[in-house]
Design a protein around this ligand. Structure first.
Ligand SMILES: Cc1cc2nc3c(=O)[nH]c(=O)nc-3n(C[C@H](O)[C@H](O)[C@H](O)COP(=O)(O)O)c2cc1C
Length: 186
C-alpha cells in the first residue's frame, strides 16, 4: 500500500557543506544542505540561500563563494555554523575553523576541509523562500591525500558527511560503481 503525503523536499541524503563568503577583511561561513551539482562542462554547482541569512547579501554583492566539503571531524563546526549567525561575531573562531586565503576567489576557504570548491556566481534565481545561486567552479583546493595519481579528487567511502532527515550521516559501503550494469554480461 502507498500513501499520498504532504508535498515537501524529501530528497535524502543530500550533501552538507560549509559555504564561505566575503573577503579577507570580512568573511563569513554558513552551513548549506540545499547544495547540488548542476552542470559538468563548465563544472557548476548550486546553493539555495534564504534571503534573511547574513550571508545572502554578501554572496549576492561579491558574486563569489566557496563550497567546503565536510568530513566527520568537521560535523560539530558544521552544525555550529548552521545555528550561529555572522551578525553576532566571527563564526570561524567560534566554530574553531581556520580561514585560509582564497586562490581564485576573494572568499577564504576552510583549511580543515578535505576539499574546497571556489565558485563564481553565474546566475541568481528567486524561488520563494530561497535564492538559488548557480555558480561555476573555477578552482578546487584539495587535501593532497585525496588527490589521485590522475590528479582527480578521490575521497574514500565513508569520509564525507551527508545530511539525512535531520541527521548528519556518513555514507556506508559501496553498493555499485558508475555504469557497472553496462559491463555486466546477461
Ligand atoms: C544542517 C543544516 C543545513 C542548512 N542548510 C541551509 C540551506 O541550505 N540554506 C540556508 O539558507 N540555510 C541553511 N541552514 C541554516 C543556516 O546555515 C543558518 O541560518 C546560519 O546561521 C546562517 O548564517 P548567517 O546568518 O551567518 O548567514 C542550514 C543549517 C543547518 C544546521
Amino acid at each position: 500500500m502507498k500513501k499520498n503525503i504532504q508535498p515537501s523536499t524529501c530528497l535524502a541524503p543530500v550533501p552538507v557543506v560549509m559555504v564561505t563568503c566575503g573577503d579577507e577583511r570580512e568573511a563569513n561561513v554558513l552551513t548549506i544542505a540545499w547544495a547540488g551539482t548542476v552542470n559538468s562542462v563548465p563544472p557548476m554547482v548550486s546553493i539555495a540561500v534564504r534571503y534573511g541569512r547574513y550571508s545572502y547579501p554578501i554572496i549576492k554583492e561579491k558574486g563569489e563563494f566557496t563550497v567546503n566539503l565536510v568530513d566527520a571531524g568537521l560535523v560539530e563546526a558544521t552544525d555550529r555554523c548552521g545555528v550561529l549567525s555572522g551578525r553576532d561575531g566571527d563564526k570561524f573562531s567560534r566554530a574553531g575553523l581556520t580561514k585560509a586565503p582564497g586562490v581564485a576567489v576573494h572568499a577564504p576557504y576552510i583549511a580543515e576541509s578535505p576539499a574546497s570548491l571556489e565558485c563564481k556566481v553565474v546566475q541568481e534565481i528567486s524561488l520563494g523562500s530561497h535564492a538559488l545561486f548557480l555558480a561555476e567552479v573555477v578552482n578546487v583546493i584539495a587535501d593532497e591525500k585525496y588527490v589521485g595519481a590522475n590528479g582527480a579528487l578521490q575521497i574514500p567511502d565513508g569520509v564525507l558527511v551527508a545530511y539525512c532527515n535531520g541527521k548528519y550521516v556518513t555514507t556506508g559501503g559501496t553498493v555499485g560503481t558508475y555504469a557497472y550494469t553496462a559491463k555486466k554480461k546477461d
